[in-house]
Design a protein. Structure first.
Length: 155
């Protein structure tokens, strides 16, 4: 009875060899995945560097265009240039309200009437925050709402 070998069960040597082959294959797959990851990280770093350089180059132009269009609007166009007295009144409101409401006042002074979405993008606030900004300005009696657009009231 001691010499009986069961048929159909793999030998321990066969199991070890099978596991070694599988380990070798997994190690190859891991090495390939690591190489792909390394290459993707290199690509990402190059893209991020390019975007950073582009921002550095375009930033002065962007700011210059914002100032130019703001001054053009103040010189004629649809917006009229504010008198010093009116400007001082708006400055007081901006100091009192601060934060996003103050930025909204600035944006509306420069660009005139706009939608909530336009205002949100211009002042850089979150999607849900713009309603609160508009509500604050409305409660203070500073804005007109007409046809889906918001504008500053005459002071």
């Amino acid at each position: 009875m001691m010499g009986l070998i069961l048929t159909g069960t793999p030998s321990p040597q066969g199991v070890v060899e099978s596991l070694q082959r599988e380990l070798y294959q997994r190690n190859q797959q891991l090495a390939e995945a690591q190489e792909e990851l390394r290459l993707e990280r290199q690509k990402t770093a190059a893209i991020e560097q390019g975007v950073s350089q582009l921002r550095d180059i375009l930033f002065p132009l962007h700011n210059g265009l914002k100032k130019m269009f703001g001054e053009l609007d103040a010189m004629g166009g649809s917006a009229t240039a504010a008198t010093p007295r009116v400007s001082a009144a708006w400055e007081q409101w901006k100091q009192k309200l601060s934060g996003h409401p103050a930025k909204a006042i600035d944006a509306l002074m420069v660009h005139g009437a706009m939608t909530q979405t336009q205002l949100r993008i211009l002042i850089g606030c979150a999607n849900g925050s713009i309603a609160g900004v508009v509500c604050t300005l409305n409660k203070a009696g500073l804005i007109n709402k007409s046809g889906g657009k918001i504008s500053l009231k005459e002071l």
